[in-house]
Design a binder for this molecule. Structure first.
Ligand code: LER
Ligand code: MN
Length: 278
């Protein structure tokens, strides 16, 4: 297994603040960083690739479907633009040296229709995701679709539904990212969600129930790690959290206070806990 940390802990973009953290991230014991490519055409892929090489780090990439786009929209034009956005994100991930692009890649975080998911929306997601197959092959990238908790999306909340979606898409490069933070809200048992996702599991976000230091809250890590070992998961364990005062990013993640004494501690103490536990 490899250990990663998402740079949204320090900044909304890959910038000098993040670059300055790379020596510490390496020294704390991480194998790689996870960087956001929310706007793939403005993504500094070359810089990230070079910096990672220079510091002996690898990289994974997350993206979102930005406001105004949606793979499940009834508007075929919006769906087409969303596929282009996702293909650009796939290319950006590959250019940064990542073989993985993950995140809630179906509709924007915080987008709701006021009703539950419809069969039409489901079919559009299956069709839209399936259409990304050739771009994934051409760029040697794998997709990790992330279910989110009910307060962030209505479309995909559980590992069960994520696995059903991937069963229908049925593409070796299209699977799931399961995040303990969301699972803690939506699953009866977090570990059971990982067992259900097993066949499709491509990426794991190891987050405490409050997005604080992994190991400091009530996530049942012991059973999660037992299950990950049982299903022979061999991918990334990536700590994801968000700066405490990063404007739009903190707001999107509903971070309204200092979760820990410093953001750094989420990474530096979190990795110690993960390495000692797995
Ligand atoms: C958002 O809650 C989240 O978990 C992120 O991974 C989405 O990009
Ligand atoms: Mn996540």
């Amino acid at each position: 297994m490899k250990f990663g940390v998402n740079t949204l802990i320090w900044s909304a973009q890959y910038d000098e603040r993040v670059r300055g953290m790379l020596p510490a991230i390496k020294q704390w014991g991480f194998d790689g960083i996870e960087v956001p490519a929310f706007h793939p055409l403005d993504f500094p892929a070359d810089q990230i690739r070079k910096d990672c090489e220079a510091h002996g780090l690898e990289c994974t990439v997350i993206s979102i479907v930005v406001q105004g786009l949606s793979l499940i929209s009834e508007d075929a034009g919006i769906r087409r633009k969303t596929r282009v956005h996702l293909e650009d994100a796939i290319k950006a991930a590959a250019a940064a040296g990542s073989g993985l692009l993950a995140g809630p890649l179906y509709s924007p975080v915080g987008y709701f229709t006021g009703t539950r998911r419809t069969a039409e929306e489901w079919s559009r997601a299956v069709e839209g995701l399936s259409s990304l197959g050739p771009a994934l092959e051409a760029n040697d990238v794998t997709l990790g679709i992330e279910p989110l908790n009910r307060f962030e999306t209505f479309f995909l909340n559980t590992a069960e539904d994520g696995a059903a979606l991937c069963d229908q898409v049925d593409h070796a490069r299209i699977g799931l990212l399961i995040d303990t933070f969301h699972s803690n809200i939506e699953e009866k048992h977090i570990a059971a969600g990982y067992a259900r996702a097993a066949k499709h599991l491509k990426h794991v976000h190891t987050c405490e129930n409050d997005r604080g230091i992994p190991g400091s809250g009530h996530v049942d890590w012991k059973s999660v790690f037992e299950t990950l070992r049982q299903i022979q998961y061999d991918g990334w364990l990536t700590i994801e959290s968000f700066g405490f005062a990063l404007g739009e990013i903190s707001a999107a993640a509903s971070i309204w206070r200092d979760i820990e004494r410093t953001p750094d501690l989420i990474a530096s103490e979190g990795i110690q806990f993960l390495r000692a536990s797995i």
